[in-house]
Design a protein around this ligand. Structure first.
Ligand code: ADP
Length: 264
C-alpha cells in the first residue's frame, strides 16, 4: 500500500504559485528524500502532508484515506513531523519531552500508563539519549536536542515520519548517526520516512526515492541514479556539478564545482 499518494497538488501563498501540479507516490516503508533549491517548495510540501496547510487543488491520501478525513488526533497517531529547528527554549526534561509523543494515544485528562513510560524509555534508548533523561532540553547540544525530538516522534509510534532538514546543523558523524537511526526505524518497524534535505550526498546515500523540486514542480521523481544526473542538477541549481560513482561503495557523490576548479 502507498503511505502517501499525492495527485495534481497546487497551492498559492501570498499571491504566488508555490506548488504546481505535483504528484508523488511513496510506498509504505520507503525512504523518500525531497531535494531542490531554496524556495522550490520543499517545506510547503511537508506542511501540506502534515495538514498544516490546505491545498487549493489536487488530493493527498495517507495510507489509502484522504487526508481531510483524518481528525487531528487520528493524524497524530499516524504521522509525526520533525520541524527544521528543534526548540531551544523548552523548559522540560528530555523524558517529559519524549513522553509528549504519547499524548495522541492518551484519553482526555489521562495520565501516562506503564506502557507509555516503557515506550518513552525504548525511544530514548533507540536514539541514544537515555543518559540525558533528566536534563532539560534547553541545556543540550544541537545534536542531542535533535535526537530527543526524533525520540519524541518515535514514541508517537507513527507509520509516517516527516522531517525538515533534520541534520542541517550537525557535524558529519552526527548526521550519519541520525540518518542511520531513521534507516533502522524503516527497516525494523516499517516506518515510512519523508525527509527534506539540502544535502544531495545524503539524499544519494539514504533515499530509495528522490523528489527533485524546481520552482514548485516535480522536475523528476525516481531513484538516486535517475534523479541525480549532472545535466539535470546543473539546470535546476544553476551551477556546474560533478556527479560520480564511488566505485568501492557503489553510491553516488555529488559536488558543485567552484569557479577556481572550472576548466571551461
Ligand atoms: P523550500 O523549503 O524549498 O526552501 P518553501 O516551501 O519554504 O521552500 O517556500 C517556497 C516558496 O513559497 C518560497 O518562495 C517562499 O518565499 C514562499 N512562501 C512560503 N510560505 C509563504 C507564505 N506563508 N506566504 C507567502 N509565500 C510563502
Amino acid at each position: 500500500m502507498n503511505a502517501v499518494q499525492v495527485k495534481g497538488l497546487g497551492l498559492k501563498l501570498g499571491g504566488r504559485q508555490v506548488l504546481t501540479d505535483l504528484s508523488l507516490s511513496v510506498a509504505s516503508g520507503e525512504f523518500c528524500v525531497v531535494i531542490g533549491p531554496n524556495g522550490s517548495g520543499k517545506t510547503t510540501l511537508l506542511r501540506l502532508l502534515a495538514a498544516l496547510l490546505v491545498p487549493e487543488s489536487g488530493k493527498i491520501e495517507l495510507f489509502g484515506q484522504p487526508l481531510g478525513r483524518y481528525s487531528r488526533r487520528q493524524l497524530a497517531r499516524v504521522l509525526a513531523l520533525v520541524p527544521q529547528q528543534a526548540p531551544t527554549d523548552f523548559p522540560f526534561s528530555v523524558r517529559e519531552t519524549v513522553l509528549m509523543g504519547r499524548s495522541p494515544h492518551l484519553g482526555l485528562m489521562a495520565f501516562e500508563r506503564a506502557t507509555d513510560l516503557a515506550l518513552a524509555a525504548e525511544a530514548m534508548a533507540f536514539t541514544d539519549v537515555s543518559h540525558l533523561a533528566d536534563r532539560r532540553l534547553d541545556q543540550l547540544s544541537g545534536g542531542e536536542r535533535q535526537r530527543v525530538i526524533i525520540a519524541r516522534a518515535i514514541c508517537q509510534q507513527p507509520r509516517l515520519i516527516l522531517l525538515d532538514e533534520p541534520t542541517a546543523a550537525l557535524d558529519p558523524a552526527h548526521q550519519i548517526k541520525i540518518l542511520d537511526l531513521l534507516e533502522r526505524l524503516r527497516q525494523e518497524r516499517g516506518v515510512t520516512v519523508i525527509m527534506v534535505s539540502h544535502d544531495l550526498n545524503l539524499a544519494a546515500l539514504y533515499g530509495d526515492r528522490l523528489l527533485l523540486l524546481c520552482e514548485g514542480r516535480a522536475d523528476r521523481v525516481g531513484t538516486p541514479v535517475e534523479v541525480l544526473e549532472r545535466a539535470r542538477l546543473e539546470r535546476v541549481y544553476g551551477c556546474t556539478m560533478v556527479v560520480e560513482e564511488d566505485r568501492r561503495n557503489g553510491f553516488l557523490r555529488v559536488s558543485p564545482v567552484p569557479a577556481r576548479y572550472r576548466k571551461d
